[in-house]
Design a protein around this ligand. Structure first.
Ligand code: ATP
Ligand code: MG
Length: 306
């Protein structure tokens, strides 16, 4: 059986200050954050749903039973650089605070795809889910609630692309089957394990995977207000003219010829490029920021192959 280190990148216990801060700084994702918190909390502590039914309906209601067998699977879909990975790897901090219990972040190694030996991928994926089930049963808090494990599969299209794809290797098809079996083994198991698939090719995911998703969240590029928030957060402690942020917001928006900037175009390209231009002899100025924004082209929109 594969060990934890074979299957996952180092497991991270949340909350953890860097990720908690990253979670707080994510802009434009409030609805997604709220929904994830509710879903994950109810999974970890199903008694809250009973209490809700009793409070608002005076008794338990049949409809809540539908929750018990649902697969705890979420799909984070959408454009590049818009927070899929960042949210997947940080929302456990919020959840841990909400539940007053640590959450464990497991990130599947892409190497779990195996080396193509028949049966290898299938058993690796089986082992990964088996591992999560065992770990998930272990840590309880004083109220008898289990710590939540979060399994993140980033670039999930590589793992669970549609089995209908013509060129798909037999071994990869078996991997999708193993993943589906793993997700099904979690539904109704009473162990709080959440699975998050991140992809910018949601159309390529296997339909049986999509059908099991409790929710699919679509991430998109920031609008004016959201770009203003990101730029404001990043630049709040340097002395800029108020008009500069306004101009930066305008310069980084969509035009007839190109899309607007992604979140990561702002945080990982625009501002670092401006700092590089200033460093080492000059301060970061309005002029430098505006000049870089005029020159930099936003990331192209990710087009799904049809
Ligand atoms: N909603 C957001 N608010 C603030 N910053 C963001 C947001 N989304 C992304 N960023 C910034 O962009 C960086 C990259 O984001 P992330 O890696 O989550 O993108 P992604 O959606 O996973 O993209 P890809 O599809 O290319 O993997 C983050 O570390 C953060 O600095
Ligand atoms: Mg990503």
């Amino acid at each position: 059986m594969a060990t934890q280190d074979d299957l996952f990148q180092p497991v991270i216990e949340l909350p953890e200050p860097i990720r908690a801060e990253r979670y707080r700084r994510l802009v434009g994702l409030t609805d997604t954050k709220v929904r994830l918190r509710k879903e994950a909390t109810l999974l970890a502590d199903p008694d809250r749903l009973r209490r809700w039914a009793n409070k608002h309906h005076g008794a338990e209601i049949a409809a809540t039973a539908l929750f018990a067998d649902r697969a705890p699977l979420f799909v984070f879909a959408g454009d590049v650089g818009c927070g899929k990975s960042a949210l997947a790897e940080s929302f456990g901090c919020d959840l841990a605070d909400e539940l007053d219990l640590p959450a464990f972040l497991y990130r599947l190694k892409l190497a779990t795809r195996g080396s193509g030996l028949v049966g290898e991928m299938t058993s690796l994926i089986g082992d990964a889910f088996g591992h999560l089930l065992v770990q998930g049963k272990k840590s309880k808090n004083s109220r008898g609630i289990n710590a939540v494990s979060i399994l993140v599969v980033d670039e999930a299209d590589a793992l669970v692309q549609s089995r209908a794809a013509q060129q798909m290797h037999h071994e990869d098809r078996a991997g999708v089957d193993a993943f589906l079996a793993g997700v099904d083994s979690l539904a109704g198991a009473g162990v709080p394990v959440l699975v998050v698939l991140c992809t910018n090719r949601v159309g390529a995911l296997d339909p049986a995977v999509m059908r099991r998703a409790a929710a699919t969240f679509t991430f998109s590029r920031p609008d004016d207000e959201q770009r203003r928030a990101v730029l404001g957060n990043a630049l709040h402690d340097i002395d800029l003219a108020p008009a500069t942020i306004r101009q930066l917001v305008a310069l980084t928006g969509p035009t007839d010829n190109r899309p607007g900037y992604t979140y990561s175009d702002l945080t990982q390209r625009l501002i670092p490029a401006a700092i590089m231009r200033a460093f080492p002899d000059d301060p970061l100025t309005d002029e430098i920021l505006l000049a870089v924004a005029r020159q930099l082209a936003p990331s192209p929109i990710f087009q799904e192959a049809t």
